[in-house]
Design a protein around this ligand. Structure first.
Ligand code: GLN
Length: 485
């Protein structure tokens, strides 16, 4: 069963010529086609192009050439620009937008030989926690199609969980890699801010956005990240530091590793069954020789309010470019310039995006700037300080990824605050810029549960390593929803 193989295994089989890229691409495309009416994970499927790329990869492999991911099928969240294939950002605004260039992440994975099967559905402009804000309709959770897959990278997560492809790119501004990873029972990593180039990644909140990976295992994520990460002169916030060989470092013992359980993550909102799974996972780490203690990050409760000032502020500025003139949707028969702006934006953006733009404009306006925006930035500094202190005492922080497992479609759409609170455990890592992962660690009432692992800046290696050791001991990451097994 090709689709049950890990990316690591597939890459090795391709190199050993046990399977061809064309075979793989055909098999996964058939699964995508069959699943699309049920899951709606894709916005665009690029079958013809994928087969052509697969043939080229097979020729390269036959000649003993090809990069680390030669012939491996992947997908991109639909906010990574792809030359020649539309990039919609889940929005009507960009429904027909075709970028003239590839995002750096796209170019790097292409250079490594990966074959792109399509562009994955997402919350509009990555604003959401359930994938219900997409203009292209909601994505459904492969474990139970009445439930959301999480967001905003819900298409990427659902596709990997249903094994429609072995791995996909994703982005995380406040939890959009980790939360859907948890809801869909897969592995996701949000690297350190600056580790992966944002060039060609359509901006939501530039100081928080970070590209990363959704995959079936930490080892697979490590292989993807090695190709994606690294300095990019075209992104002034990308960091010029060497990229470790992530997969090569995996497998060291955990003896002596100090783990901090974040006390504030065990608040009253946490589902008891979820907590039980997380505690069992921590016991596995202890058995492997790690030491465990409780650690406090006292300002965590302020992370959601601070984020919902900073992120909308940045979004209101970033999305000002969609004016009906240069990019995206333009209304018909504009009477004058004001009318063009107003109607193009009214028609092009959905309700959640409009809510964020209005909130952001408000907190940045004269008179409110100090009271909201500046104060939120100060809180952000305090939260970063909490992490710095914690990482003086421990090597890794752990806790739940989300307060509950996946919820029903429509359950939280009427109340934005309830929806925002779903990100209570993930947002702080973005505010501080530190790397964080979610790893499957059990089931609560039949639904996947995520263990969150957070590290200091540029400790991706340490995160992947700990996650891999855990996955050598457990098989939660190998579980596949029955319908897609
Ligand atoms: N759910 C959060 C939001 O709606 C985070 C989204 C993200 O990480 N892109 O903003």
């Amino acid at each position: 069963m090709i689709h049950r193989q890990t990316l690591t295994q597939l890459a090795a089989d391709l190199r050993a010529r046990k399977v061809s890229s064309v075979e793989l691409v055909r098999a996964f495309l058939a699964r995508i086609e069959a699943s699309q009416p049920v899951l709606n994970a894709f916005v665009s499927v690029t079958a013809e192009q994928a087969l052509a790329e697969a043939e080229a990869a097979d020729r390269a492999l036959a000649a003993g050439r090809g990069g680390a991911l030669a012939g491996v099928p992947i997908g991109h969240k639909d906010l990574f620009c792809t030359a020649g294939v539309r990039t919609t950002c889940g929005s009507r605004m960009l429904e027909n937008f075709v970028s003239p260039y590839d995002a750096t992440v796209v170019a790097r994975l292409k250079a490594a030989g990966a074959v792109v099967l399509g562009k994955l559905n997402m919350d509009e402009f990555a604003m959401g926690s359930s994938n219900e804000t997409s203009y292209f309709g909601p994505v459904r959770n492969p474990w139970n199609t009445e439930l959301v897959p999480g967001g905003s990278s819900g298409g990427s997560a659902a596709a990997v969980a249903a094994r429609l492809l072995p791995a996909a790119t994703a982005t995380d501004t406040g939890g959009s890699i980790r939360q859907p990873a948890a809801f869909c029972g897969i592995t996701g990593i949000k690297p350190t801010y600056g580790r992966v180039s944002r060039y060609g990644m359509i901006a939501f909140a530039s100081s928080l956005d970070q590209g990363g990976v959704l995959a079936a295992s930490a080892e697979d994520a490590a292989r993807m990240l090695r190709e994606m990460a690294g300095f990019d002169p075209r992104d002034s916030t990308s960091v010029d530091a060497p990229v470790p060989d992530y997969p090569a470092g995996l497998g060291e013992p955990l003896a002596g590793v100090r783990i901090g359980l974040v006390r504030e993550f065990l608040d009253k909102g946490l589902d008891p069954e979820y907590e039980r799974c997380v505690r069992e996972a921590l016991a596995v780490f202890e058995r492997l020789g790690a030491s465990l203690r409780e650690v406090s990050l006292p300002n965590i409760p302020l992370s959601v309010p601070a984020y919902y000032v900073v992120a909308p502020a940045e979004c209101s500025s970033n999305l000002a470019r969609y004016d009906g003139v240069r990019f995206g949707h333009r209304c018909a028969d504009a009477r004058d310039l004001q009318d063009l702006y107003k109607r193009s934006r009214s028609e092009g953006f959905g309700a959640e995006v409009k809510r964020r733009i209005m909130t952001g404009t408000y907190v940045l306006s004269a008179g409110y700037y100090d009271a909201y925006y500046l104060k939120a930035q100060r809180v952000r500094r305090l939260i970063a300080g909490d992490f710095e202190r914690a990482f003086g005492e421990v090597d890794l922080l752990m806790g739940p990824t989300t307060p509950t497992a996946a919820f029903a479609l429509g359950a939280k759409t009427a109340d934005p605050i309830t929806m925002y609170l779903n990100d209570i455990y993930t947002i702080s890592a973005n505010l501080a810029g530190v790397p964080a992962m979610s790893v499957p660690c059990g089931f609560a009432a039949g639904l996947p549960v995520g263990l969150q692992i957070i590290g200091p800046h540029f400790a991706e290696q340490r995160l992947l390593h700990a996650a891999h050791r855990y996955q050598l001991e457990t098989d939660w990451h190998r579980r596949i929803p029955e319908r897609f097994a």
